[in-house]
Design a protein around this ligand. Structure first.
Ligand code: NI
Length: 162
């Protein structure tokens, strides 16, 4: 299995959320920091409004680690502060909104698309396994050059669009 080496590394290292969040600045671009059975644990910085969407067959957990996040549902809004989480049940339309920058841990099935049934400029179209290695195993060098990325295919731009 191609991911076995990475998986072993992940199991043997603890994850410090603050450290991980310091390694990236881009918004709405989840970074994989762990794998749990068939789920990814991802960190994301949010500011502003995301697109309203649903995941037909997947529940989705939002845990706020810094700031505040509102998850707008069709008939109500769920306001989350630091250390609070909310699980959006499968099939339920939701729209994350953060007035100021918030830091969030997401737990999703590996196959979950960030924009659900919607496809737009914020849709992540590729898995971030490579970025996972970078953020797990290597100190993030802010503003790393394009040449670094071409030399090492495991390195990817942190500024990818969602
Ligand atoms: Ni979602």
């Amino acid at each position: 299995m191609s991911g076995s080496r990475k998986s072993r590394r992940m199991r043997l290292n603890k994850v410090n959320l603050s450290d991980k969040f310091e390694r990236f600045q881009d918004l709405w671009s989840p970074k994989i920091v762990g794998e749990l059975n068939d789920s990814y644990e991802k960190l994301v910085k949010l500011k502003g409004e995301f697109v309203g969407h649903r995941h037909e067959n997947e529940d989705e957990l939002f845990l706020v680690t810094k700031g505040r996040l509102t998850i707008k549902l069709r008939d109500k809004s769920v306001n989350l502060s630091k250390d609070e989480f909310f699980i959006v049940p499968r099939g339920v339309e939701h729209k994350p909104v953060a007035t100021r920058e918030a830091q969030v841990l997401l737990i999703d099935r590996k196959t979950t698309r960030n924009t659900g049934e919607v496809k737009n400029e914020r849709t992540v179209t590729r898995l971030e396994k490579d970025l996972e290695v970078e953020i797990l195993a290597k100190p993030k060098v802010r503003g790393s050059s394009a040449s670094d990325r071409t030399c090492d295919p495991r390195k990817q731009s942190p500024n990818q669009s969602l």
